[in-house]
Design a protein around this ligand. Structure first.
Ligand SMILES: [Zn+2]
Length: 485
């Protein structure tokens, strides 16, 4: 049987974080009343002129640098013509043949995904369908133009992705980069990070690409993954049975877990692109690019590599930590305060677990400070407290804490006040052990008869008496000595 492989390319629309829209001064605030953030320019009134937002261009350049793209020396804007009720001008100002960024790449898990281009454009408005707001049975829609003219960067990958998981990793990485750059909120639910997936299949070893379908309406990373999986299976079944895949746009339906046909796909020719006559071509000064480059933060890939190298963090954990910038920064602070990386790492795992189990506060939202973690880690390393106590302290801090509702906790004081310091006095432990052995002759007999498990019983008894504070190393050693008598 012929085996097939999937060929996937992703188009991401990232809303750039600017205070005003890309071609007018209207605010970009999310959640404003319908048609509150509009003016003659973004409503497409006759005779108005667009003025380019410098910050949007700067954000575009930043992204291009982070994605290893060439930044165009000259870039221009074009009109993409189509009719839709949410597009009052009848065209969208976008970039056709001279995008601001081109020929970049991202490396994910050692695999390179090429980026064809990234270009600036304006967003369209949106239609609120009556019925959605409780008007059942209504058959009209209301346009809201608040989003019209909001700056977008469309980032188009080459079809270098081969499976759904990899697609998800690419998107997560891209979003993390945009968040590190502070140019996009990356919130799929609010629609400021949107993704379309182009999927086709072809027999293994074949160069030529199969016919692709474009999937839209992907509102979460899990939707992206599931939709791509479904589409690969659908197309593979079609070509296996000798049928053809149609070039079309398909919508993902979250409820049925399927994609369905929306419309046949337009080609670039249908849009009749032509240069925007109201905007002059933009020359991007190399000095400007260089000055932006100087402001670039450490990017996720470099940060992961550093964490892995400095602390021996496993790759999977590094991915999760670096994805949450505030957590990575917190961890850096703990290390900078002088905690041993190896021990600190163990607490990072626990911090992640606490986050998952409890109310949803992350460690950075809780009252737990880097100093707290550093104190716990150092007390553990010096042998002042044992692992059990350290875990209890950490869990207590995480579970009891919430945003700003508690006083700052000083760990050395807590250890002293609650008498949590580890019991390491050998004589003291020995007398406790002797007492436990004397009080349990039956268990001693069982142990001598070869029942090794009884040893745990003795350990447990002494731990209980010391309220979990016995130094496990000394306890084990003395117990063996006493049992051997
Ligand atoms: Zn406006």
């Amino acid at each position: 049987m012929v085996e097939y492989e999937a060929v996937i390319g992703l188009e991401v629309h990232a809303q750039l974080k600017t205070r005003s829209k890309i071609f007018c001064g209207c605010p970009t605030t999310f959640g404003a009343d319908a048609n509150e953030n509009v003016c003659p320019v973004c409503l497409g009134m006759p005779g108005v002129l667009p003025v380019l937002n410098k910050r949007a261009v700067e954000h575009g350049i930043k992204c291009g640098i982070a994605l290893n793209c060439s930044i165009a020396e000259t870039t221009k804007f074009d009109r993409k013509n189509y009719f839709y009720p949410d597009l009052p001008k009848g065209y969208q100002i976008s970039q056709y043949d001279q995008p601001i960024c081109s020929n970049g790449h991202l490396t994910i898990d050692g695999r390179k995904i090429r980026i064809l281009r990234a270009h600036l454009e304006e967003d369209a408005g949106k239609l609120v369908h009556a019925g959605a707001d409780g008007l059942h049975g209504s058959d009209y829609s209301k346009p809201d133009f608040n989003r019209a003219g909001v700056p977008l960067l469309e980032i188009v990958s080459e079809p270098d992705i081969r499976d759904a998981e990899h697609a998800r990793r690419y998107l997560t990485e891209l979003r993390t980069i945009l968040r590190y750059l502070d140019v996009c909120d990356g919130d799929l639910e609010k629609g400021n990070f949107r993704c379309d997936a182009n999927v086709s299949v072809r027999p293994f070893g074949q160069e030529e690409l199969g016919t692709k379908a474009e999937i839209k309406n992907l509102n979460s990373f899990s939707a992206v993954e599931r939709a791509i999986k479904f589409e690969i299976d659908r197309q593979t079944a079609l070509v296996r049975s000798g049928q053809k895949v149609k070039q079309e746009t398909r919508l993902w339906d979250e409820n049925s877990g399927k994609t369905h046909s929306m419309r046949s796909k337009e080609g670039a020719r249908d849009y009749r692109y032509f240069p925007e006559p109201d905007l002059v071509p933009l020359h991007i000064d190399r000095q400007w690019v260089a000055s932006i480059e100087k402001t670039m933060p450490e990017l996720p890939e470099a940060r992961r590599e550093r964490l892995i190298k400095d602390t021996g963090l496993p790759n999977e954990i590094a991915v999760v930590v670096v994805e949450r910038q505030e957590l990575a920064t917190f961890f850096d602070e703990v290390l900078a305060l002088g905690a041993q990386p190896g021990t600190a790492r163990a607490f990072l795992d626990q911090a992640l677990a606490c986050y998952n189990k409890n109310t949803g506060y992350t460690i950075t939202e809780s009252i737990v400070t880097a100093q707290n973690i550093k104190d716990i880690v150092c007390s553990l390393d010096s042998g002042e407290i044992n692992t059990g106590t350290a875990k209890t302290l950490m869990t207590e801090l995480m579970e009891s804490s919430s945003v700003g509702d508690a006083e700052a906790v000083d760990i050395p004081t807590v250890i002293k006040q609650r008498g949590l310091a580890q019991m390491s006095n050998e004589d003291e432990l020995r007398s406790m052990i002797s007492a436990v052995i004397a009080a349990n002759p039956k268990q001693v007999e069982e142990f001598k008869a070869g029942k090794q498990k009884v040893r745990e019983f003795f350990l447990g008894q002494v731990m209980k008496q010391t309220k979990g504070k016995a130094n496990p190393k000394i306890l084990n050693q003395v117990l063996d000595e006493e049992l051997a008598k």
